[in-house]
Design a protein around this ligand. Sequence first.
Ligand code: GCU
Length: 336
Amino acid sequence: MRKMLSVFFVCALIFGMLTGCKSSDVIGVDKTVTLRLAHNHNEEHPVHKSLLKFSKDVEKKTNGTVKVQVYPNAQLGSEREVIELTQTGAVDLAKVSASALESFSEVYSIFSLPYLFDSKHHFYEAMDSDIAKEMYDTTKNIGFIGLTYYDAGSRNFYTKNKPIMHPNDLKGLKIRVQPSTTAIRMVELMGGAPTPMAYGEVYTALQSSVIDGTENNEMALTSSNHGEVAKEYSYSEHAIVPDILIMNLDKKDQLSEEQQHAVIEAAKESTEYHKIVWAEETENAVKKAKEMGVKFHKPDKTPFREAVSPLHDEFAKKELIGKYYREIRAKAKKVK
Ligand code: GCU
């Protein structure tokens, strides 16, 4: 059903584009424009709430001349698909994981580098700096830019029935990862069998034992019901991968300077709002997951970190990514 809806929406969007309903026309006629924003979480998820706040603020700050219609639940497609749609302008904005952006701009691979960040504080320090802003612009040449980021917690392994207390516990296990080369390498180095797939397929894959486990934040246990089928959640805290709000570049340029300013300001404010909602909702998710029968474990992170150290050496040697790597790691010392 969801697939059919997606196909319907995408066809409608493409039809709109082909028949010449460009947003510039719309702005010209009645001075208002409605931007379409896609993401893959449900209406209860904190990201959806933060995007609704973004939408409300954009409308307020532009005196109703710019509206943002939020499409949740991957209605418009998987993350890869909505990035492509944002590239062409069939979708105006999308909230996607930085890992999904890795195959569009290599610099985003740095966020899938395990143990890049030492703490949430370190993560915020880097994301609120010019480093992130520079990265957002690296996709200008392919039609879109990043506007801001949303905290998506730390990623941890969870499996149907086995705690992951040491990388050795991953041996022989099929672990779903995001479609990211770096995430694939990470699981390989830790000894598991990486299985990349889109987020929307994970629940069924767990249920039917196509995979033995996966890795994500606590919210996935409740908002995507993974806790119904995966009962052992282990805090390896191997990655803090932000969600990124991207926007079609032409669509942004078609807005007036004031409107662009309002969109950027609203985006930044929604990031700050999200930090608070995220923390509250994560606590709730853990409580709810425990009621679902999920057990939480705290392994020693040292052997996990050691297993992936070759990846750090590789990243440090890369040209542009190596520069970001050093700048981000330097911030770790600053926040200690
Ligand atoms: C997080 C993130 C999603 C992403 C998902 C995944 O939940 O917010 O954008 O799709 O991880 O593991 O694919």
